[in-house]
Design a protein around this ligand. Structure first.
Ligand SMILES: [Zn+2]
Length: 94
């Protein structure tokens, strides 16, 4: 067996700004009593908070929620060189 290292690449992780990624964090709430979820809202937690208030109104014993904020990251070559398969990676995701 022959092994060859063609190239060594240093990687860095940053916020994903590619067109497929949400532009802002996603917010979502989950009732810890029954597991029902609010659905995700981009850029604001108002919708999930309103959902929690309404959910407790309908189910008065359900008063505990898990709130989640999700951000999206992408890994790029540190030197901005092209590695792999997309032009977004080659551009460094700017
Ligand atoms: Zn519930």
């Amino acid at each position: 067996m022959i092994r060859t290292v063609i190239r060594s690449v240093a990687w860095t992780v940053r916020t994903d700004t590619t067109p497929d990624a949400p532009a802002q964090p996603l917010y979502e709430a989950e009732c810890t009593t029954c597991g029902e979820m609010s659905g995700a809202e981009e850029g604001s937690r108002v919708g999930p908070e309103m959902w929690a208030l309404i959910h407790t109104g309908k189910n008065p014993s359900h008063r505990s929620y898990k709130g989640a904020e999700t951000t999206f990251w992408r890994v790029f070559p540190s030197d901005g060189s092209a590695v792999g398969d997309s032009s977004a990676e080659a551009a460094g995701g700017q």
